[in-house]
Design a protein around this ligand. Structure first.
Ligand SMILES: C[S@@+](CC[C@H](N)C(=O)[O-])C[C@H]1O[C@@H](n2cnc3c(N)ncnc32)[C@H](O)[C@@H]1O
Ligand SMILES: [Zn+2]
Length: 281
């Protein structure tokens, strides 16, 4: 984690700002150890090995979430699966060089400010956002609940000499202040995070008005074969949505989907947060 993330963090219990104590810095000013302290309710969140931990002991709920807690899954994710994932799933050549612009360009991180990569795994989108940000005055925070995924994400960011803060938290309860983020991205995770409604609510809460979001996820299959595969996967906690249902859900929480691209069941979409009347966040 870097000091750039600190002004945006809040206590999970009482939403107060956090201060930082007992800091150990790396040569590049990364905070590799320390603790985030809430002066209002005295809650403490440790920073270990460069990662701020808002969760404590792992509590994965579904088989898919348990798999992501395994160091082997985290090690193999971007090495063995992610570069080919969209080609395999969409049955059409779909490399990073096609996928990443569809996510990063609408977010426009060159504007600076805070950007969030939710359920970031090894941090593919977090790195792409930071690279696209260039010299702008901004920062990217990657958030996931699986520590092995975050360790791998941090390692990859450091190897690429990118200053990204990694935080362990649930996407349904973000330790991020309201109206703080210019843009939110999420790749492939809407299908496995569990309570999607609370997550969408959190996205809206943390985004500024007219903030931007861009997502990749998988929709319900149409073919009989696809339906059988998806019903098997659903027993592991993976849920497949209809585009219309996602549009309605996002709209309900003040997130307007403007544009989408669909290749087979792979859906990429982006849009803006709207201003909510009587917004009492
Ligand atoms: C499909 S992977 C994400 C891939 C990544 N975004 C990418 O594009 O390469 C799903 C990730 O979601 C994380 N995850 C699942 N449920 C979560 C939750 N409720 N809160 C935070 N992270 C969650 C898992 O630990 C896993 O790393
Ligand atoms: Zn507190």
């Amino acid at each position: 984690m870097y000091y750039n993330a600190l002004p945006y963090l809040q206590c999970l219990k009482c939403c107060a700002k956090l201060t930082i104590e007992e800091v150990v810095l790396a040569a590049d000013q990364e905070i590799i150890a320390g603790q985030l302290v809430c002066r209002a309710c005295q809650n403490i969140y440790p920073i270990r090995d460069g990662i701020a931990d808002f969760l404590g002991f792992p509590q994965p709920k579904t088989p898919a979430q348990i798999t992501n807690e395994l160091p082997l899954t985290a090690w193999g994710y971007e090495r063995l699966w992610r570069p080919f994932a969209l080609t395999v799933i969409s049955n059409k050549h779909f490399p990073y060089r096609q996928e990443l612009p569809l996510i990063i360009n609408p977010i426009n991180p060159q504007e600076g400010g805070l950007y969030l990569d939710l359920a970031c795994s090894n941090g593919l989108y977090a790195r792409a956002l930071t690279q696209a940000m260039g010299t702008a005055n901004g920062h990217v925070i990657g958030i996931d609940h699986a520590l092995p995924m975050l360790r791998e994400a941090r390692k990859r960011a450091r190897q690429a000499q990118l200053r990204i803060s990694y935080i362990r938290a649930e996407v349904q309860k973000l330790p991020i202040m309201s109206n703080a983020s210019q843009g939110v991205v999420m790749g492939g995770s809407l299908n496995e995070i569990g309570d999607i409604e609370t997550c969408v609510q959190e996205m809206r809460r943390t985004l500024v008005s007219h903030g931007r979001f861009a997502m990749m996820c998988l929709t319900q299959a149409i073919s009989q074969h696809g339906k059988i595969v998806q019903s098997l996967l659903s027993t592991g906690g993976i849920v497949f949505y209809k585009l219309a249902d996602l549009q309605a859900l996002f709209e309900r929480y003040g997130l307007h989907i403007q544009t989408y691209t669909q290749n087979g069941i792979v859906l990429l979409f982006h849009g803006n947060s709207t201003t909510i009347e009587n917004d009492n966040r």
